[in-house]
Design a binder for this molecule. Structure first.
Ligand code: C2O
Ligand code: CU
Length: 543
């Protein structure tokens, strides 16, 4: 199904939040950006016109794009950035996804304001595998910075301060009642008593995982990352940057206004901007608009790792007849990837990190360096010298990753543009191992482009190759595109490498990604025609 092409203009637009006006990057002047509505199986053409002062690309987060990494939008991985004054044609192919995904800028930190929902409905004629909601709404969680985002990057990365959360968190572009000068705009969702609603929650926040809940109401989680889940009830959800969670909510309480709120889960106890972003779940029967809710939802504290883990444990794929899953039962290729923050040497205040910073971040101690031209074209045209294919499949040294004190082996990293090469159709397992480096262990939401993977297991401490796989869920593991590697723990995922191309893999905390917590996977072509990388579009520009 080819739907009519869409034109997007990236430009700066003035917005006022937290009592002051500033210019932000937008698509078509909107913050959050426009929502895409498609059906499973559709192909969408989006022309992106860059009328801003900055380079930009747009990524379709969670869309597999079979054989078509050319439109994946990862700057310097699958394309060169779209320069000011230029345009780019994206062909977005929806194959198996169903539910909520999102799109966002994939260059610098411009995704702070350049992002929006993608709603993938079932094929025409098919219906949701849950009761039909009376209405649905997306809720986009985002970060608001008072300063220019380009300046924020520099301060955040160079100083390596970990407390640089946003000046506000927002729900659908609005910080909500608890922030200064924000009451007027607070987002409201009108509901009717006893009706059922679907909320599509997107975490577009730059650096924080979030807890979310609605005061007095229970949520039924039904989907995540563009795939359905076995429904379960909960009073809160935990959603990492990159992830999307679909919940049903029934307006079954005495009519009135109720707060919906989102606040960070960080897992570490340090001074923190702990104000919740709020929106209002408002029964239309209650029409006095100035009437404000009195109670916030009872959300876990920002260092409450237990509650975060408890939530994640409930995630299981729907895995019914109409939504079968295909978990590889055995593994051809295994990657053991240590996900770490590193401390680099400094001489006279000038340090060896990516921004002259003291801190870098790495996968198996390789701190990713953006190449000068995109890896995909270099791979396709066999240009040498752009990337190396020696990304280590094992950490360079084995040690007690989650020990209280770590030695220099983890604190070191080396810069490199290294990729893993995998044969077509190989069954791949990646085990992400977190560390306790810098004693500021954090969850790392690890995201892979071009795929969703099955999150077959996770745990605290060091991964035990002999024992832990015995407890994998190979029956109904959730199919995600972004998996949380627990604080001081590990997460294992499996997927079938049946999408040829060059695909980025990275932590979705922007700070970590900028410090080098990324890598790429090249999946080779298969033999038959539709198992090969498509030809490059003719409009590609060199960097
Ligand atoms: Cu949501 Cu590489 O991105
Ligand atoms: Cu991270």
């Amino acid at each position: 199904n080819l739907t009519p092409p869409i034109n997007w203009v990236v430009k700066e637009t003035s917005y006022t939040r937290l009592c002051s006006a500033k210019k932000i990057l937008t698509v078509n002047g909107l913050f959050p950006g426009p929502t895409l509505h498609v059906h499973k199986g559709d192909t969408l053409i989006v022309y992106v016109h860059n009328q801003a002062r900055y380079n930009i690309t747009i990524h379709w987060h969670g869309v597999r794009q079979p054989g078509n990494p050319w439109s994946d939008g990862a700057a310097y991985i699958t394309q060169c950035p779209i320069r000011p004054g230029e345009k780019f044609r994206y062909e977005v192919i929806f194959s198996r996804e169903e539910g909520t995904l999102w799109w966002h800028a994939h260059s610098d930190w411009s995704r702070a304001t350049v992002h929006g929902p993608i709603i993938v409905y079932p094929k025409t004629g098919a219906s949701y595998p849950f009761p039909k909601p009376h209405a649905e709404h997306s809720l986009v969680l985002a970060s608001w910075f008072k300063d220019d985002v380009m300046d924020v990057i520099r301060t955040a990365l160079v100083n390596g301060g970990d407390t640089n959360s946003a000046d506000a968190f927002t729900i659908n572009g609005q910080p909500g009642d608890l922030y200064k000068c924000s009451m007027e705009g607070t987002f409201k969702f009108l509901v009717a008593p006893r009706k059922l609603y679907l909320l599509r929650i997107i975490n577009a926040i730059i650096n924080e995982e979030m807890f979310f809940g609605v005061a007095g109401h229970s949520l039924t989680v039904v989907g995540m990352d563009g795939a359905y889940l076995k429904p379960f009830n909960t009073s809160y959800i935990m959603v990492a940057p990159g992830q999307t969670i679909d919940v049903l909510i029934e307006a079954d309480q005495p009519p009135g206004p109720y707060y919906m709120a989102a606040k960070p889960y960080v897992g570490v106890n340090y001074g923190y901007n702990n104000i919740s972003a709020t929106a209002i779940f408002q029964y239309s029967a209650d029409c006095t608009n100035s009437f404000r809710p009195s109670l916030l939802p009872d959300l876990p504290a920002y260092m409450d790792t237990n509650s975060a883990t408890q939530f994640t444990k409930n995630l299981r794929a729907l895995a019914d007849q109409n939504h079968p899953i295909h978990v590889p039962m055995s593994v051809d290729v295994r990657l053991n990837v240590v996900v770490a923050l590193n401390l680099l040497p400094c001489v006279n205040n000038s340090c060896k990190g990516p921004y002259g910073s003291r801190i870098s971040a790495s996968l198996n101690n390789v701190s990713f360096v953006e190449p000068s031209t995109d890896i995909l074209s270099a791979y396709y045209r066999k240009v040498r010298g752009v990337y190396a294919t020696r990304f280590p499949r094992e950490p360079p040294v084995k040690y007690n990753y989650t020990a209280e004190k770590l030695g220099n082996e983890v604190l070191a990293s080396r810069p490199g543009t290294e990729v893993s090469v995998v044969k077509y159709n190989a069954a791949v397992e990646v085990v992400f191992q977190g560390t306790n480096a810098l004693s500021a262990a954090e969850n790392h939401p690890m995201h892979l482009h071009g795929y969703s993977f099955y999150a077959v297991g996770s745990g605290l401490g060091n991964f035990d190759e002999a024992k832990d796989p015995e407890n994998y869920n190979l029956v109904d593991p959730p199919e995600l595109n972004t998996v949380g590697v627990p604080k001081n723990g590990w997460a294992a995922v499996r997927f079938r490498a049946n999408n040829p191309g060059v695909w980025l893999m990275h932590c979705h905390l922007e700070r970590h990604m900028s410090w080098g917590m990324e890598g790429a996977v090249i999946v080779r072509n298969g033999r038959s025609r539709n198992t090969r990388l498509r030809r490059p579009p003719r409009y590609l520009n060199p960097c």
